[in-house]
Ligand binder design. Structure first.
Ligand code: ADP
Ligand code: ZN
Ligand code: ZN
Length: 732
């Protein structure tokens, strides 16, 4: 029997596809579904998964001739009304199709049902780490590594898959450790909280301010140098929130680099912590998502995408290292997790804490204007002092494979005193320029507008942008000359130069080439901690997360990279880098020294960097940005296009500019001329971009809203790949 049409509901569906509009479907009376549920619908000639979403205001549902929903996927909504509102806001703010936004907010592959969390077998040490290490033969490197990893995991232990993720397959080592009686397996619960150190006055003031605000929305900017005790403030605020039966959402840039943080939350609070990051298997991700959504986990600690985790009883949001660029998604749905987190806290009406040693200038300005409450921890909590930062002016110096005489001298002193040095190089490989000494020919990538980097060990030239590689050359392909030379320095070259200079020193290089295998990075860091390394050479990979108390000298080779480039954030990044690396090195009895090589010693921000003077630095940078209408005083949007056909992307953007600039929509919105991207060709595609600038959000949003829909309706758009990047952090 057919039911009359009128008893059927009509639902609005956002299809998981790059389409900005919604589609109406009939929901047969036999089916039950509400907003936030997924449905399978006929679409074009096929079928698609879509989400039932609130109908846009002012649009009446159609009744006639609609196709029907084929199947309802979820019995209950995946997102509650606040999350739906947040995701709709994000889709609008970042000008990304809602269906894709909803899909990307879900954990892993789409599953039929949320998983029941199953208890997982874990491993933990039976005695203190030192005793375990003493009981092991010196050659048992794998077992030592596993032991240290389990030590980091604390009394809650670590399950097999997490261990494998950190160290690769280590079942043999694990079995030996269990056989030796050094490791036990089972289901461990941390039942009693470990007390933390008594807070100092500044920390207590910060905690009270945040705690007092728990009944509504408020933003706090907690600024404190590395080691000033910010994490202790988070922990105490979290403890109090949990006591009120609230869940705490903690966002961090990268969990792989800070496993201790998870342990610290688990041990200190003795409450379930759900961990979310991109390294998880689908099953693990599903479990974490479910325990957050059902309220089983009191703390949800994760990277960028955890900002979309459904929570049963949200009460506090914390964003650690809020300045970190990895909070911005760089492809597809290009959201900034910190900014989404702020919106989320506002919708939940709960406080949010942004913490950093070097806040983004956006957040700093918000605090200065009183939109955020500024909290400060001006001193290091323990006894360790901030390292001295000395500039080495390389503008009139000859460098030996990138190394200056003062830096070499300082390294020699460290070797003499049996201390460790860390040398930062911003490129991997041997040399970034391969050139003919006779005709000036240079080795270019065939698919990118970029030079190939020589990788010496494997004898190959590699493109760092598209992965293209070819054999190293013996003679110039243009003139046959055999006098090929290599300019610029990469990590391999520095490693070689140091080995020549200090033949007896133990040198270790760490970059993406050395740490591709699972556990390789951990194994390398283990050697540094054991004191088996005198000089550590590495890339930015080393600047985050790790503490190196035995390292007393940090050398920064190219402390001026990009200082005068189109990237207006270069000085800000340099300040962050120096603070970050300086904060990792040295300890109370042996303070660290940072030697930064730069050609721009009189750049206005260098002096502030040298003195760790964030205030002066921020004021000067903000004055420049204000004068140029750059963030936070103006807002930027980058419209990008790319195509395999030369000129097509640029042509498309010219057309968009003509289409988009209509009277009435553009008040205050400035649309620049389209230009080729700084790297015009990449991986065989020609790229162009168009910058849009506006002093105010509202007109910018109206303009973009209309712009993307105009583009979507335009046939020319099908011939190129295009994307919108609102608040870009990377202008390339
Ligand atoms: P941050 O998060 O700012 O880098 P942490 O909270 O990790 O700083 O603190 C750095 C170190 O100082 C940790 O070992 C921590 O236990 C210790 N610490 C923090 N606050 C205090 C305090 N009030 N008294 C003693 N030690 C503290
Ligand atoms: Zn030549
Ligand atoms: Zn390339």
């Amino acid at each position: 029997m057919n039911l009359p049409e009128s008893t059927e509901q009509v639902v609005s569906v956002a299809v998981a596809a790059p389409l900005y509009r919604f589609f109406d479907y009939r929901l047969p009376a036999s089916m039950r579904a509400v907003e936030g549920c997924r449905v399978l619908v006929p679409f074009g000639r096929g079928r698609r998964i879509g989400f039932i979403v609130p109908r846009p205001a002012g649009v009446a549902p159609y009744r006639q001739g609609l196709k029907a929903v084929i199947e309802v996927v979820d019995d209950s909504p995946l997102f509650d009304s606040v999350m739906l509102e947040l995701l709709a806001w994000a889709a609008d703010y970042y000008q990304h199709p809602l269906g894709e936004v909803l899909e990307s907010a879900l954990p892993g592959r789409l599953r039929r049902r949320l998983a029941e969390p199953a208890p997982v077998r874990s491993y933990r040490l039976c005695s203190p780490l030192d005793n375990v290490l003493d009981a092991l033969p010196h050659k048992a490197t794998r077992q030592r590594l596993v032991a240290r990893q389990l030590f980091l995991a604390g009394r809650g232990g670590l399950d097999g898959s997490a261990l494998r993720r950190e160290l690769g397959d280590c079942s043999d080592a694990l079995k030996r450790l269990v056989d030796r009686g050094l490791v036990e397996s089972g289901h461990f619960h941390v039942s009693s909280p470990t007390p933390g150190p008594p807070l100092n006055d500044r920390q207590r003031a910060a905690v009270e301010a945040i705690d007092d605000a728990h009944e509504g929305f408020a933003s706090f900017l907690l600024r404190g140098v590395t080691g000033s005790g910010k994490t202790e403030v988070y922990l105490e605020c979290a403890r109090r929130a949990i006591e009120r039966r609230s869940q705490v959402l903690v966002l961090v840039p990268e969990i792989a680099l800070t496993p201790q943080l998870v342990t610290r939350f688990r041990e200190r609070l003795a409450r379930p912590v759900a961990v979310m990051h991109s390294g998880l298997s689908d099953g693990e991700r599903q479990r974490a998502w479910t325990s957050a959504a059902r309220g089983d986990a009191d703390v949800v600690l994760g990277t960028r995408s955890a900002v979309f985790a459904q929570l049963a009883r949200p009460g506090l949001v914390i964003v650690d290292e809020e300045h970190d660029a990895s909070f911005k998604q760089q492809e597809g749905f290009r959201y900034h997790a910190r900014d989404v987190a702020i919106k989320r806290a506002a919708l939940h009406r709960v406080p949010i804490v942004l913490g950093s040693a070097t806040p983004s200038l956006e957040s700093y300005e918000n605090a200065r204007r009183g939109r955020y409450v500024a909290l400060e921890l001006p001193e290091r909590a323990g006894a360790a002092a901030m390292p001295a930062v000395n500039l080495v002016d390389t503008s009139a110096m000859t460098l030996e494979d990138g190394l200056s005489a003062p830096l070499l001298g300082a390294i020699a002193e460290r070797i003499e005193r049996n201390e460790q040095s860390l040398i930062f190089v911003n490129r991997r490989g041997y040399a970034p320029v391969v050139m003919c000494g006779s005709c000036g020919w240079q080795a270019h990538c065939t698919r990118c507008d970029a030079l190939l980097t020589l990788h010496r060990g494997e004898g190959r030239l590699r493109c760092h942008h598209c992965g293209h590689a070819r054999a190293a050359i013996e003679a110039c392909p243009a003139c046959g000359n055999k006098d090929i030379f290599f300019a610029g320095v990469g990590t391999q070259r520095v490693e070689k130069a140091l080995a020549r200079r200090f033949p007896t020193a133990r040198i270790l290089r760490i970059d993406r080439d050395t740490s591709t295998a699972r556990g390789a990075l951990e194994a390398a860091l283990e050697r540094v901690r054991e004191g088996a390394v005198d000089i550590l050479v590495g890339t930015q990979l080393l600047s985050k997360g790790h503490d190196f108390p035995g390292i007393t000298l940090v050398g920064v080779l190219n402390g001026d990279q990009g200082m005068y480039s189109i990237d207006f954030r270069a000085p800000e990044r340099l300040f962050q880098l120096v603070t970050q690396v300086g904060g990792r090195a040295g300890r109370a009895d042996k303070p660290g020294l940072v030697l930064m090589q730069t050609r721009f010693t009189d750049h206005p921000c260098m002096d502030a960097i040298r003195r760790h003077d964030f205030e002066t630095f921020a004021r000067a940078e903000l004055a420049t940005r204000r004068a140029l209408g750059l963030p936070p005083f103006g807002h930027l949007v980058l419209l990008r296009a790319e195509s395999t056909a030369a000129g097509a992307a640029l042509e498309f953007l010219r057309r968009v500019r003509a289409l988009g600039v209509e009277p009435g929509t553009t008040i205050g919105v400035e649309v620049m001329d389209p230009v080729p991207a700084p790297m015009e060709r990449r991986a065989g595609r020609h790229r162009a971009q168009l910058m849009i600038q506006c002093g105010r959000r509202a007109p910018l949003r109206r303009f973009l809203h209309q712009l993307v829909r105009t583009i979507e309706a335009d046939n020319a758009a099908r011939r190129v790949r295009w994307s919108v990047d609102v608040d870009p952090v990377d202008l390339y």
